[in-house]
Design a protein around this ligand. Structure first.
Ligand SMILES: Cc1ncc(COP(=O)(O)O)c(C=O)c1O
Length: 406
């Protein structure tokens, strides 16, 4: 007999606009990994492939010019999103957040830096490069705690000449970094550097980094309704400190037998972080994703309000399920939990059999989840702007049936 002989609740039909192409049965709840792409982003990428499929930064012909315009537009929009001027900051595109962090950290000499500081709830994309950088440069590394709201414990901490690298929104439980502005002030007062892992930030709160005085912020288009492409927003002065060795096409002004001169100057200097051809279609799609994100009003609400309403409903239901042990203390767009006597990977498979797609495991946060919190593999529900109230109702009903059976 099927577990679900009773009909599951009506699947989602009234999703926010942009996702009409989704099947009513699809209940995708893995936005923390990749958000779904609204139709306008898919169309923009398709438009590139069909109408101006050239490379940027090199080709003088008309298609190349159009790519350059789109790349410049995406860069301007990203800078505007975080409130930075082109005079002081630039944007470099990368593969993803992980790649961007490695690209900068591994090429940053330790000159003037006496410690590297990170936090306990970091993704491996921060945790691991901070370990390798510390080892390679023989610079001590410290792991600070984050409180229930996500504030980094900086009181009494010695940040003198520290390189601080932390996320602004956790992929475990959606905790933010409310004291990011104080942190930036404290780090810079002590002549340190602040790197932000903003992988989860901009898709949920596009304006959340406005006015934050960071030295570099790293993010992924695929977590903010764009295509698979990464980017960093980096202080120009920091670029000058890098010792680039990961270089090649597009990064040089001149080359001799055994010598080369890298591109430099206000216009070109980001190029040392963009060796080789880029994901041009991805950048074009990201340009469209930013427009979409800045104008979308799901069910007439702000994206943040809409997500919080879904999260609050789901959190209330999960809290009342006796075997569910939530990691979250508060409703957020990302919520993780374990279920007593039920393996989370099996649970993910049972949910998937009913069209519900959630992640199970430790979500690349092994240090915190396995070793600090000593938690078993978890189930993670991460919501996005394609989700509807019906998705939440379906999730709650299906989970309830699974818990009665197993
Ligand atoms: C907080 C956080 N940082 C970094 C990353 C790495 O992002 P990417 O895989 O796009 O490099 C992720 C991915 O889930 C993340 O959630």
């Amino acid at each position: 007999m099927s577990l679900f002989s009773k009909k599951s609740p009506a699947p989602s039909s009234n999703r926010p606009s942009g996702f009409e192409y989704l099947s009513a049965q699809d209940c995708y709840m893995d936005t923390a990994c990749q958000s779904l792409r609204p139709q306008s982003v898919i169309d923009a990428e398709m438009d590139y492939y069909k109408h101006f499929n050239a490379c940027g930064a090199r080709a003088k012909y008309i298609w190349g010019q159009k790519v350059d315009e789109k790349v410049a537009s995406a860069k301007q929009k990203l800078l505007k999103m975080v409130g930075k001027s082109e005079k002081d900051y630039t944007v470099a595109f990368t593969l993803n957040t992980t790649y961007g962090i490695n690209l900068v950290l591994q090429q940053l000499p330790a000159t003037g830096i006496t410690s590297i500081v990170t936090s306990e709830i970091e993704h491996n994309s921060v945790f691991l490069p901070s370990i390798t950088w510390s080892r390679r440069n023989n610079v001590p590394r410290r792991i600070l705690k984050r409180d229930e709201q996500g504030n980094l414990a900086i009181e009494n901490e010695d940040l003198r000449n520290a390189l601080v690298i932390v996320n602004t929104l956790s992929n475990i439980d959606g905790r933010e970094l409310p004291n990011v502005r104080d942190l930036a002030a404290a780090v810079h007062k002590e002549s340190g550097l602040l790197f932000l892992d903003a992988a989860q930030q901009l898709g949920h709160d596009p304006n959340g980094l406005k006015g934050v005085d960071f030295d570099a912020a790293f993010s992924s288009g695929h977590k903010m309704y764009g295509p698979s492409v990464g980017f960093m927003i980096i202080r120009r002065k920091l670029l000058q400190k890098l010792q680039p060795f990961f270089i090649g096409g597009g990064t040089v002004a001149d080359v001799h037998d055994d010598e080369f001169t890298l591109l430099s100057g206000q216009v070109d200097e980001h190029a040392i972080l963009e060796p080789g051809l880029q994901s041009w279609a991805g950048i074009v799609g990201l340009d469209a994703a930013i427009d979409w994100l800045q104008s979308v009003k799901p069910m007439g609400k702000s994206p943040h309000q809409y997500e919080m309403e879904l999260a609050t409903t789901l959190f209330g239901e999960l809290k009342n399920m006796p075997r569910v042990k939530l990691v979250n203390n508060e409703p957020r767009s990302v919520m993780s939990f374990s279920v007593d006597n039920l393996d989370s990977h099996k649970l993910a498979i049972y949910l998937s059999e009913q069209g519900i797609m959630c992640r199970s495991g430790h979500f690349c946060c092994h240090h915190y989840l396995q070793h600090v919190r000593k938690l078993p593999p978890l189930l993670r529900v991460s919501m996005g702007l394609h989700n509807s109230v019906q998705d939440i109702e379906k999730f709650v009903s299906v989970l309830g049936t699974i818990l009665k059976t197993f």
